[in-house]
Write a protein that binds this ligand. Sequence first.
Ligand code: SF4
Length: 220
Amino acid sequence: MAYTVKEIFYTLQGEGQNAGRPAVFCRFSGCNLWTGREADRHAATCQFCDTDFIGVGPDGGRFADASLLAKAVLDRWPDQRDGRARGGQPLVVCTGGEPLLQLDEAAVAAFHDVGFQVAVETNGTQPAPAGIDHVCVSPKADAPLVLTRGQELKLVYPQTQPSAQPERFAALDFDAFYLQPMDVTDQAVSDENIRATLAYCLAHPQWRLSLQTHKLLGIR
Ligand code: SF4
């Protein structure tokens, strides 16, 4: 299978359970909940996206098979010997767009072959291939949820739709539950979202606060 990737880059994971951990991000192109075009945002299932996942960027590419994709990820890792990533527990974070439209067992196996643990950040509407080490589901209102277990459930908060309230997800089979304040262009609204998230976590200690520390740090 061929893969279309918007960008591949090395950074620190900014949010959730792996926050602060060096990782290669592999951003797959395309999403099933929005076209990525502003003209379509009002009609999209997911309307608060802040990510450009259209097409292939300068750090991305089209890869004819899984081994070529894994090689491109390996090339970004700073410590590699004998064709494998070294140093701690090398991590590739498969994100998007919606990565599970493309990530398959062959790609997961190819990442493992070059020494990476494999994490995925998904909207949860697609089944996941076997072998992923860290599944983070970020549900979106009114989108059917297919993935109901994993390591991390991360909900952007607050969302107005009844179907996107934390109570809907609290009984699912995840190791940890995170609320992440919705970040918008209006700083006053973002600040209010942080306050609302703090209040919810303090009142419902099952939930932990996830901050987008990469934005606070000004890193990619
Ligand atoms: S599901 Fe994720 S990638 Fe797709 S539009 Fe929503 S936030 Fe963006």
